[in-house]
Design a protein around this ligand. Structure first.
Ligand SMILES: *Cc1c(COP(=O)(O)O)cnc(C)c1O
Length: 229
């Protein structure tokens, strides 16, 4: 991996500069370290650099790490596709789910969330670029999904997430993020408690911050390229 103290400090600097450049409140963009495929040691060094929020895509892999690290100061975010036979492990071990895109999964997460834990934080994933075979709901289906989530007491709906089609052009990158922000702002009028726009990865983080992201999900820029997935 890369030198973790350096990459964390550099990335926090980039986020702070983007906040300033685009008129965002200082500290309004939270950094999630995406640790899929990374060994325990990467997570330990990230914790040493003060990182508390970690995101994982694969339930079994994540469970091994969460259990082995067993650190109550950490917040774990699930950001991968959700199979219905994995909802129990997610409901029992994660603080956040960013990739909710089916009512049936919402119901199962609600039913399986242990009583002694607070409601699980939820972002609904939107397929903003209308890509085929891509996770996330169509924006037209959002109203119904919000209705489902807000009637389930063990879910706490926090906002929206997207992973747009990749582009290398900064202005192109901004378009889907701006669309998601517009959808969020409309929803926020009826649901003022919503506070989260989960958008931006290593290659489009600045565009996402420019358009109002409150959580960026960063793997490669912190830990180097992944060997697989
Ligand atoms: C892997 C992944 C990321 C991190 O992507 P990087 O390009 O490594 O920063 C962010 N979000 C989701 C949903 C992912 O699957």
């Amino acid at each position: 991996m890369k030198n973790s103290a350096n990459s964390f400090n550099q990335l926090r600097q980039v986020i702070a500069e983007a906040e300033q450049k685009y008129g965002r409140q200082p500290g309004s963009v939270k950094l999630l370290a995406v640790t899929k495929t990374r060994p325990f040691e990467d997570i330990s060094s990230a914790i040493d650099c003060g990182q508390t929020d970690f995101a994982e895509n694969y339930v079994q892999e994540a469970l091994g790490k969460i259990t082995a690290i067993n650190d109550p100061r950490l917040t774990w975010h699930f950001i991968g596709p959700i199979q219905s036979n994995k909802t129990r492990v997610i409901a029992e071990n994660f603080h956040w789910v960013h990739s909710l895109d089916r009512a049936k999964i919402a119901q199962r997460l609600n039913d399986m969330r242990p009583d002694q834990l607070p409601p699980i934080n939820i972002c609904i994933q939107i397929n903003i670029s209308h890509e085929q075979n891509k996770s996330g709901i169509h924006p037209d289906a959002l109203k119904d999904m919000v209705q489902v989530c807000t009637t389930l007491p063990r879910l706490r709906l926090r906002g929206l997430m997207t992973l747009p089609a990749p582009s290398d052009d900064f202005d192109q990158q901004r378009i889907p993020f701006r669309q998601l922000k517009e959808i969020f702002d409309v929803l926020n009028l009826s649901y003022p408690a919503l506070d989260t726009l989960s958008m931006g990865t290593s290659h489009d983080m600045e565009a996402a911050i420019a358009e109002g992201s409150t959580m960026v999900r960063i793997g490669t820029a912190l830990f180097g390229p992944r060997d697989y997935y």
